[in-house]
Design a protein around this ligand. Structure first.
Ligand SMILES: [Zn+2]
Length: 338
């Protein structure tokens, strides 16, 4: 098969690779229906993470099971499945506590920007859909593999409840789906921080009631202004920079909650500042597996359309253009079809 490999910053190739095979009896092989480029793929693409060797890319996937190892019991060939970017056994104490992304046996699932993918710990990782999905649901189901589950976790970690005021830092796919999640959880007021018109439009469609275009000190001041001087009850941090993390903490009211899901790059927190902020901080790599059954149902009964974040669809062999479009912010998120 041909698959996506990152050689160096800016150098994405679609090239011949070995077909994935069952390596352990707990593996499954799936034929990808759709995959995509993640905001986090842009970190190495832009050189913010070192690329030490040619790296197969992609960790978001859904598709049909082709083959399972001898120890796999809960999924079988022919079923349509979705999984998270972390494979998990779903049985260890961390998994049972709902933190499958911190599974004692967690393995990163890589190489999904390809037609065929090996998924470890298939029984714990993969969740089947009720039926083979109609084609128009595929983008919505693919979004559950990472960005929707991550936005949902951000909202949950930020303790979003009915009637609350929520601010969302970051207008990428995760931030936008954090808005959708906050709306579903009953937030009354949702303030999206965004400077881009097309993203503001989608933010409003997903449930944002206010848009703040300022950043840094001015952004914090605007949130305070909109919340009677106290800050938001819940703030979702969906970027991962020092500026965005501080903006999130400083936009939160005393006693409020920050849910942070942006992969940190250079974030350092000052103990004293944290001490006097009086905020709850919870975040990390989202335990997407926990939310999959519920989110699959919401997609199947057509309550949510998280696939709207895909504003560019390309054939898989044009993956390099998909990276470029996202890097240049011409696209929010690129969907790739084999
Ligand atoms: Zn586990």
């Amino acid at each position: 098969m041909r698959g996506t490999v990152l050689y160096a910053p800016g150098d994405v190739r679609f090239e011949e690779r070995d077909d994935p095979k069952i390596l352990k009896p707990t593996d499954a092989i799936i034929r990808i229906a759709a995959t995509c480029v993640c905001g986090s793929d842009l970190w190495p693409y832009r050189g913010a993470n070192p690329v030490t060797q040619p790296t197969p890319m992609g960790h978001e996937y859904c598709g049909m099971v082709e083959q399972v190892g001898s120890a796999v019991g809960s999924v079988k060939p022919g079923q349509f499945v979705i999984g998270s970017f972390f494979a998990s056994d779903n049985t260890c104490p961390n998994c049972r506590a709902g933190y499958q992304s911190g599974c004692q046996h967690a393995e990163f699932v890589g190489g999904a920007q390809a037609p065929i993918l090996r998924v470890p710990l298939a029984d714990g990782t993969l969740v089947t859909t009720p039926d083979a999905p109609p084609d128009d649901l595929i983008p919505n189901l693919l979004a559950l593999s990472d960005v929707m589950g991550t936005g949902w976790f951000a909202a949950e970690a930020a303790n979003v409840k009915p009637g609350r005021t929520v601010a969302v830092v970051g207008d990428g796919a995760v931030g936008l789906l954090g808005i959708l999640s906050a709306k579903l959880m009953g937030a009354e007021r949702i303030i999206a921080m965004s400077r881009h018109e097309s993203r503001q439009k989608l933010a409003r469609e997903f449930g944002a009631t206010d848009i703040v275009t300022e950043r840094g000190d001015e952004g914090v001041a605007r949130i305070k202004e909109l919340t009677g001087g106290i800050g938001a009850d819940s703030v979702l941090e969906c970027v991962g920079t020092q500026e965005s993390m501080l903006q999130a903490i400083r936009s939160t009211r005393q006693g409020g909650y920050v849910g942070y899901v942006g992969v940190p790059h250079g974030v350092e927190l000052d103990g004293q500042q944290l001490f006097y902020a009086h905020v709850h901080l919870h975040g990390g790599p989202a335990p997407v597996r926990r939310f999959l059954p519920e989110l699959i149902e919401l997609v199947f009964n057509r309550t949510i359309n998280p696939g709207k974040v895909f504003d560019l669809t390309l054939p898989l062999d044009r993956v390099a253009e998909g990276y470029r479009a996202m890097d240049e912010r011409r696209a929010i998120k690129t969907l790739l079809r084999p």
